[in-house]
Structures are given as C-alpha cells and as structure tokens.
Ligand binder design. Sequence first.
Ligand code: SF4
Length: 341
Amino acid sequence: MDARARLVRWYRENARDLPWRKTPDPWAILVSEVLLQQTRVEQALPYYRRILDRFPTPEALAQAPLSELLALWQGAGYYRRAEHLHRSAQRIAERGFPRDFEGLRALPGVGRYTAGAVASIAFGQRVPAVDGNVRRVLARVFALEDPKEAELWRRAAAWMPEEDPGSWNQALMELGARVCTPRAPRCAECPLKEVCQGRQDPGRYPRRRRQKSQDWRLFALVAKGPDGYLLARREEGPWAGLFGPPLAEDAADLLAAYGLGEARVLGELRYALSHRRIRAQVLYARLPAGGAALEAHPLSAFARRVFQFAEQALAEAETGEALLAVALPAAGAGAGGVEPG
Ligand code: SF4
C-alpha cells in the first residue's frame, strides 16, 4: 500500500470525533474553519454548536444583526472573523454558496487555507489546504529546513492523491496535530514513516522562526459616570468590533483623548492571549456625566476582566485593605513594537 493510502486509512481509523467532520453541509464546514483559524479545537467546539444552533443556514445569519453573532462569539477572540462571517453569510444569501476554491476565496475574510479546506471537504475539489500542522508535516516529509509558502503549496498540490481530497487534507492536518507534533513527533507509529525524509532528525524541519516580543504593555481607562462606564469600540486587533475600556500605550494620551486631567492607578492586570501576554495598568477616573451600561454592549473577555479588576480594587480601597496611588505614571511607559489591539 502506498504511504498516502496508509495515511488516509490511519485518518479514518483514528480521527477525532468532531461534529464538522460528520456533515457534508458547506455552511457548517465554513463556520468550523473560520473558528479554527485562531482557536484550538477544544475551545472552538462550544462556539461551533452555539453558532449553528442559532444560525443553521447562511440566510439565518444574514438576516440577523452582527451584534447577535458577536454576543455568541464572546470569549473566542479575533472578532474580525465574526464580522467577516456575517458579511460572507450576506453574500451567500444573495448569490448562493460558492462551490469552488476561487469563489470561496472571494468571500470576506476567507484566505487560501480556508478556501482550500472548504472546497476540498465540502465539494471534493482537488485543492490543497496548508495550515500550520500541514506545513510542519510537509517540511519534515520533504526535509525542507526553511520552506517558502509557495513551495509548500506546490508540494502539497503535487502530492495529493486523486481520490477524496477532503479526507486527504484532513488526514495531513490530523497527523500534524496528533503524531507529527512540534516537539515530540511519534515517528515509530507514523503512517508516513517509510517515505519521510526528515524522520532521522525531525526537530530540524522546519527551522523555527524567531518569535516577536510577546509582552504588550498598555493602559486601560476605567471611567465611571452616573449612567455606567466609558466604553470604546475596538476597530482592529483581537477584539475588533467589540467594546471595552479605552486603551492606549501612553497614559497621558489616553486621558487627554477623553478630556480627563487625572486618574488613579488601581494596579497592574496581567492577562494572557493565545500568542501574547498583556500587562495593563488600570486607571480609574470619575465622569461628571454619561457612561454606558456594560450589559448593553458586546464586551471582550479582556474588557470584562478589566472592569472586574477595577471593581475589586475599588472595593478593597473602600474597606481600607489597599491604598490607591493617585499620581499618574510617566507618559510613554508603554513598550515599543506592539500594535494596538
Ligand atoms: S515520520 Fe516522524 S517526522 Fe516524519 S511525518 Fe511522521 S511523525 Fe513526522
């Protein structure tokens, strides 16, 4: 049996039991792939179920306001994906579901990988889908230390069997997730071991890229008025489309943007995102008027954590358990080289 047939057989016998693998419905497959772009399988599962329960078809989502999808998306992060999915649903409701790679690729937010995955899994088109797991498997099988994207896609396309491209693509992904893992690949039980050119030294392939700085230092302004809190809508980054306290890398800029002369420093909140750590100095100020109810806005999980942190710090200060600093930190204390979220 050829190694590719062995891999597909291994996949059929060992694949994890995931709901999007049991459906031929392109909408369900598209939703799963959009979620999996930035979210691990275990985390994505409840979101997948919730979103498809409420929006079983693209038409159902197209008719609903974006805020309803954002409310279901809360906690999954990278909210731009939700906006793209909503716009894709509207496009599909108008023009029908695209049935090939090019048509899928033209949907908002659908990149080469997602288009390849949906085209092959839902429509049986013979196109590759190279995600991080597949990239690692291919680099090892072909002993490529520093492969360029174009080369990986070319190899992936050339190596695809004629039959069942959807299962083949998923088999490569599953192998990368479960056997050909980054640090401890289990080569002895790998269905590709006989053809793998990198098997003697898998750690060499692909060479690891240097990581960018992981720390994101910023200031978060919790400003409370008679009607609630000051809220800002994030336009980009992991929380695009959601609301939260105003954020900035410079405290003076942050206060000036809202016409505030001073604020208290409540303390530092540390928060982990999937690829970076946040160190936020939480500032507190009173507003003479205005503010908004938190419950009425879709908030990021980070925003909820900031408000919780502030309320706790304020409660402790009232009972005398902690003292609040009243001076502002020096302007420009943020780290360089980070993008606003
Ligand atoms: S033999 Fe080892 S390095 Fe090669 S694909 Fe399999 S698990 Fe990865």
